[in-house]
Design a protein around this ligand. Structure first.
Ligand code: FE2
Length: 384
């Protein structure tokens, strides 16, 4: 039997949910009422501003009926119903302070052991939508990384991957960028050098959230791709050297790019970015576009560089990354706010041709609506 009680002044109620007592404030319940005068049926948008709700809103009565809680508010004299499952999913009365660097439950940090379970999708299957696309996007959301095989081998094919979940985000590089290397062993200038793992465009604000790299040609030896979970590297830093984690999260680095006439992009953001409540929200790491660091106090600068070096060593550690080689028609997608990508050098002769582009973040919010066919609008959409 679920227990329910009102506070003497009606400012909150206490409800037992899944064996735990959870308190809900009167003003919170009123603001989150699900009735059609408060929320638009269909799109769920709130129809009231807070000013429309009396500041002294109190609970006049509350009653349980099966899986529903009926609540009456004063002074409005309004009664609304809440599903207990909705209240359980949105309960905020939870004990305990989260440690800096906490992650929401839908994200899982990973290391090289993900190699045996890379989120893999067959383009022909993904293009049909439905469960295959839902499951693959779910994994991309969880791990910040996914691979696609069996795609078309033609100019612009990467856009068909973006079309699976979002929209192209155009930058100063255009709708897409070329990563083309002719490897000629007689001329070292054309040797394809390896690139340390990095996030792309940290000098851009906002930073590109989703990156797609699509292989059209690959005949050179080497040139393997590697991806590293920046969140896992940051959490390892917190575990092994917490003071290093703190200094990289506390102070901003600077990044810049000035490669073309009329283009000068700069940003000032920490390498490890936390939300105000400590949630780990982004990692930025790119040795090529790091600018002079000028926001760290003099007496912290050496510690900052020690921390930066240690983070780099974790990122370079083969035990942290997943390596693979893309064949023509294959691509991979990363959450560029989290997962770093790297490339090993080439040897011998041949060529390597990739197309890349930016997209918005995949936001997977409502699988039930996916099932009902409203995929593009509700289930996986892009934000900038
Ligand atoms: Fe890159």
């Amino acid at each position: 039997m679920t227990s329910l009680s009102l506070s003497p002044d009606g400012s909150y109620l206490t409800l037992e949910l899944m064996g735990q007592p959870r308190r809900f404030h009167a003003i919170w319940l009123r603001d989150n009422a699900q009735d059609p005068e408060t929320r638009a049926p269909g799109n769920g948008q709130r129809l009231l501003a807070l000013r429309d709700i009396p500041a002294k809103t109190r609970l006049a009565a509350a009653e349980l009926s099966g899986e529903t809680l009926q609540v009456s508010f004063a002074p409005e004299d309004k009664t609304v119903a809440f599903d207990l499952s909705w209240l359980a999913a949105n309960a905020y009365d939870k004990a305990g302070q989260k440690a800096a660097g906490w992650l929401p439950e839908h994200l899982t940090p990973w290391n090289s052991s993900l190699m045996s379970d890379v989120p893999l999708g067959d383009f022909q299957e993904l293009a049909k939508g439905g469960d295959a696309l839902r499951d693959w996007l779910g994994k991309v959301n969880r791990y910040g990384f996914g691979k696609v095989v069996n795609g078309p081998i033609e100019d612009g094919a990467l856009f068909s991957v973006v079309d699976l979940f979002g929209y192209v985000r155009e930058t100063n590089y255009g709708r897409h960028f070329e990563v083309r290397t002719e490897v000629n062993p007689t001329n070292l200038a054309f040797t394809g050098l390896g690139l340390q793992a990095h996030t792309d465009n940290p000098y851009r604000d906002p930073v590109p959230t989703v990156q797609v790299l699509y292989c059209l040609e690959s005949s050179a030896a080497g040139g393997e791709n590697m991806v590293v979970d920046g969140f896992a590297a940051a959490l390892r830093l917190r575990e092994e050297r917490e003071e290093y984690f703190d200094v990289l999260a506390r102070y901003c680095a600077r990044f810049e790019y000035a490669g073309e006439t009329g283009v000068f992009l700069t940003s000032r953001r920490p390498m490890i970015e936390l939300a105000s409540d400590g949630e780990l929200v982004a990692v930025r790491f790119n040795n090529r576009s790091a600018a002079a660091i000028t926001d760290v106090p003099y007496d912290q600068m050496e510690a900052y560089y020690d921390a930066y070096r240690q983070l780099a060593e974790f990122i370079d550690d083969p035990a942290m990354g997943v390596a693979f080689k893309l064949e023509p028609g294959e691509s991979f997608i990363v959450d560029n706010t989290r997962v770093l990508h790297a490339r090993t050098g080439y040897s011998g002769a041949g060529s390597r041709w990739l197309h890349g582009c930016c997209s918005g973040a995949i936001v997977i919010t409502c699988w039930s609506r996916w099932a009902s066919g409203s995929r593009g609008r509700y289930s996986a959409h892009a934000t900038m």
